[in-house]
Unconditional design. Sequence first.
Length: 221
Amino acid sequence: MNVSSKITQKLAALLVLTAALTVSADFAGGGFVRAASETEAAAQVGKAAPEFSLPASNGKKVDLSEYKGKLVVLEWFNHGCPFVKKHYDSGNMQALQKEYTGKGVIWLSICSSAEGKQGFGSAEEHNAEIKTYKAAPTAVLIDADGKVGRLYGAKTTPHMFVIDKKGNLVYAGAIDDHPDTEASSIKGSKNYVKAALDELLSGKTVAEASTKSYGCSVKYQ
């Protein structure tokens, strides 16, 4: 083997080694990041709430961006779930909706149940439920493919989120501190959503920004 061939081989080996070290360094430094799966939420408390657009049961399209400058509540629901029934059959959820929409808060109730799963409904069926329960959200949004639910990491019904006037997610979690299906426990519960909204309306920071939600699993496709 002549000198030129030996030099070429050494250069090739050096290039391979350099490439290997570069890849290793990239992995170690986070240069290669696993793509987020559908189950990994983009929404994080303390950061900007992810934008979304969904059809409403009233036939209109709702964009979260249109509510910048307002407080927004996102409520994941499924009327077939006993934990949701606890808050609707008792009138607790409707009372919250009426109280805070009356104070200028936007309340968006979102159904992420897939077609054929518990809680799924057509626009007409959701409108009928609004009348039956005398609910008072700003709008009922239909997320049958579950994209927005997964974007926010909605795991249960109910699962509650509060967005401040700057568009930041400032609360995520349970509606209250009694994870049961008994309406009788509501009176003695600490309502985390009410507390968060009262603090925000008073110009304060949300004291308890994250709790563990409870309820039925969201019936994704």
